[in-house]
Write a protein that binds this ligand. Structure first.
Ligand SMILES: NC(=O)c1ccc[n+]([C@@H]2O[C@H](COP(=O)([O-])OP(=O)(O)OC[C@H]3O[C@@H](n4cnc5c(N)ncnc54)[C@H](OP(=O)(O)O)[C@@H]3O)[C@@H](O)[C@H]2O)c1
Length: 293
């Protein structure tokens, strides 16, 4: 087997995918990895340079032979498919079953460490598909790597995942979130750090890895809001237990946001061990937040 990791990649055109793609193309060009793009009929391949191999896949029950050829020789398969594509990762797993080269499959997760109990909430049930994929990998005896993250920066500052209203200068507080740490993963960091980890696939096998680059307390958010709003006092809003219960039963965006606030308030995010990522300098949280003002 070559010492240059052979990395298959699907989902390269999405939010997470694009940021990983840029870094992986660099690693490919400098000979640190061999990148192979897997794409569907109709995927935008104009993002892929000429010197990167592209293989067609078909994510339905008629695609087995095509997919089998597409995954030939892969040592890693990284999937960053969006929500619509999560279930269809099963077709890739079918194609990989029995692979002699695969070291690890990295399914599209990039979310929080959820417990079985938490996923019982109506609004969160749809996330169980991620767990189903991991169970399917186990059933097919394939190694895998879970990449867990904080809330993405856009989810925090544009969609108020943690109850932060930049323009309204308001911060929701739930339980003990004033003092506890939240977790934020900026997309550029995710792309950079994940691509670094892919240089050493042997170290990823059957691991769960946490990738987040900010862990502010509620008070940190309040301080930043006050600065951004020219010293004007930030309003603290108490997010109520009643609202929390209602939001958990609501659509997935509101439910995830509610559940994240509870994890924050209870200091219940789980493992916080982020691997050392060489060469990355995050901007300050204030600078990150200002991008969304
Ligand atoms: N932690 C957070 O705050 C957070 C926030 C958002 C998302 N996430 C997670 O991050 C992961 C990636 O999400 P994203 O927002 O980057 O996704 P996205 O932008 O919606 O990504 C779309 C990508 O998925 C592919 N895709 C779409 N439908 C597909 C299908 N039916 N079959 C196969 N491929 C399909 C697309 O490929 P084509 O080019 O072929 O269309 C495209 O490359 C997901 O697991 C999501 O749950 C986490």
């Amino acid at each position: 087997m070559s010492s240059t990791p052979v990395i298959g990649f699907i989902g390269y055109s999405g939010l997470v995918g694009k940021s990983v793609l840029n870094n992986l193309i660099e690693h490919h060009n400098s000979g640190k990895v061999k990148l192979i793009i897997l794409h569907r009929e109709g995927s935008d391949v104009s993002l892929i340079p000429e010197n990167v191999e592209k293989r067609l896949i078909q994510l339905d029950s008629n695609g087995f032979e095509k997919n089998k050829k597409a995954v030939e020789g892969l040592e890693v398969l990284l999937s960053t498919v969006g929500f619509q594509g999560l279930e269809s990762q099963k077709y890739l797993i079918d194609a990989l079953e029995g692979s002699k080269t695969l070291k690890t499959f990295i399914p599209s997760d990039f979310g929080t460490n959820w417990s079985e109990e938490e996923l019982k909430a109506n609004g969160l049930k749809a996330l169980k598909v991620k767990e189903d994929i991991v169970n399917y990998l186990k059933e097919k005896k394939l190694s895998f790597t879970n990449i867990r993250t904080g809330a993405f920066d856009g989810f925090v500052f544009a969609y108020q995942a943690g109850g932060t209203d930049l323009k309204g200068n308001k911060q929701q507080i739930f339980r003990n979130s004033l003092n506890n740490k939240f977790r934020i993963t900026s997309i550029p960091y995710l792309g950079f750090s994940l691509s670094q980890l892919l240089l050493k696939p042997d170290e990823l096998i059957n691991k769960t890895i946490q990738l987040f680059d900010y862990s502010p307390t509620g008070q940190d958010f309040i301080n930043i809001l006050t600065k951004i709003n020219n010293g004007k006092k930030t309003e603290i809003i108490n997010y109520s237990e009643e609202q929390y219960k209602l939001d958990l039963e609501n659509d997935i965006g509101l439910a995830i946001s509610a559940a994240l606030k509870a994890k924050w308030g209870d200091n219940n995010f789980g493992d916080s061990n982020v691997p050392k990522i060489q060469g990355w300098n995050s901007k300050s949280l204030e600078e990150l937040a200002r991008q969304y003002v």
